[in-house]
Write a protein that binds this ligand. Structure first.
Ligand SMILES: Cc1ncc(COP(=O)(O)O)c(C=O)c1O
Length: 408
């Protein structure tokens, strides 16, 4: 074998487009090598339904869909999957839509990017929550959107502050075109947007002429309380594009998400997709699996994640029993994957992360979740991946890291 001669890399500085990021690609796995990984919002590894997926695949390959699964398919996604999803929306949320109002995407990260690209020109104004999901911030950053973060409280986005910001932006001649919100089991803050705020947000979209990107990645995973209707259900048709995913209720690796909007909007969003079509293979697998097992599986997951949340929270409560003044502030979420903690004042969060890392614990620090890079006093712990036993140990180690950092 002849060795390839080493050659100097061409200088492409003048060739990269304004949208090409100079930063390294984002690492989605949250892989840190840490013994206790509370970083990524990965699903619980022990509950991935591998046997049922194998059976579903066998059914596909031995039946009439076998070839179609391995060929090009409908850009909008496999019709059978869109029908399964339409039926699920009806059963779970009473949302009655035809399959033609659904667009399958390669995970909801893909969907968020398509919506941002469809509604924002480079440099346009967008609004998100502060904090928000970093995957929702990425397309806004790519489009160099002027992005304003609206603070949250226990009822989700402060709609009074949103309204004030909308008025201010309009007066400045830079009206917001898109408002990105995560109304259920917010990532990272864990809170839900209240019913009254959902209604008001929908009204504001008409008054101030913007589109709402409603990101519902965790809505099914409610541990307590009643389901809150989607902002989508209150808004004038077309004002909301709603995004959802199979990542948290079936498999993140399958990369199946979907957008919901009226047909003319779906047509425009579909035209933005340059991916050669949603995967006919994973779409059939997801549809076949979900039609047979989906709802029962989600109910199992709800019980699993509720126990994990409880293990983390009770572990933290116990670990701070002897040092209540050092206990971070948190609200116990009633669903989803995340606990969002604010460190007591004066504690160096960089030191906490180092001490936690030394003890084998990984989590994500606050600044990644704010458009302006603020929030260093926050940390996000994901309970989704670790076992209940490990969550107890991780809670104790996080508390230890905070106590050591507090001593200076
Ligand atoms: C709020 C939110 N939206 C969207 C996603 C993206 O999920 P996916 O692209 O796997 O569907 C995530 C994943 O962590 C999330 O937390």
């Amino acid at each position: 074998m002849t060795a390839t001669p080493s050659r100097a890399l061409a200088n492409l500085d003048g060739l990269f487009s304004k949208l090409a990021s100079p930063l390294p690609p984002v690492q989605f796995t949250g892989a840190t090598g840490a013994r206790y990984n509370m970083g990524a919002g990965q699903p619980d590894p022990d509950s991935l339904p591998k046997m049922e997926l194998i059976e579903t695949l066998e059914g596909i390959f031995s039946g009439p869909e076998g070839n179609a699964a391995l060929m090009y398919g409908d850009a909008a996604g496999f019709l059978g999957l869109r029908e399964v999803l339409a039926a699920k929306l009806k059963r779970w949320e009473g949302i009655d839509v035809p399959a033609s109002e659904l667009l399958i995407v390669n995970g909801s990260n893909h969907g968020l990017a398509i919506v941002a690209q469809a509604f924002l020109n480079v440099g346009d104004t967008a609004i998100c929550e502060a904090p928000t999901f970093m995957g929702g911030l990425r397309p806004l950053r790519q489009l160099q959107a002027r992005t304003h973060g609206i603070p949250l409280d226990e009822d989700g986005m402060r709609i009074d502050l949103l309204e004030a910001k909308l008025v201010e932006l309009r007066a400045a001649g830079t009206p917001a075109k898109l408002v990105y919100t995560i109304p259920n089991f917010h990532n990272p803050a864990g809170v839900n947007l209240s019913l009254a705020r959902r209604r008001r947000l929908a009204e504001l979209a008409d008054i101030h002429d913007f589109v709402i990107l409603e990101d519902d990645a965790y809505g099914e995973l409610r541990f307590e309380g009643d389901h809150l209707p989607a902002v989508y259900t209150f808004a004038t048709p077309g004002r909301v594009v709603r995004s959802a995913t199979f990542s948290k209720i079936l498999s993140a690796g399958m990369r199946v998400g979907y957008l919901l909007a009226p047909e003319p909007v779906i047509a425009r969003l579909n035209a933005m997709k340059l991916d050669g079509g949603a995967s006919p293979f994973t779409n059939r697998l997801a549809a076949g699996y979900y039609a047979r097992h989906g709802d029962a599986h989600v109910h199992e997951l709800i019980a699993i994640y509720r126990r994990k949340r409880d293990a983390l929270v009770s572990g933290l409560e116990a670990a701070f029993a002897d040092a209540p003044d050092l206990k971070p502030h948190w609200r116990v979420p009633n669903g989803g994957f995340f606990l969002w903690m604010r460190l007591p004042e004066g504690i160096d969060s960089v030191r906490v992360a180092k001490e936690a890392g030394d003890r084998g614990v990984a989590y994500v620090g606050g600044p990644l979740f704010f458009a302006d890079g603020s929030g260093k006093e926050y940390i996000r712990l994901a309970w989704s991946m670790l076992s209940e036993e490990d969550l107890g140990s991780a809670a104790r180690l996080v508390a230890e890291a905070i106590k050591v950092a507090a001593r200076g």
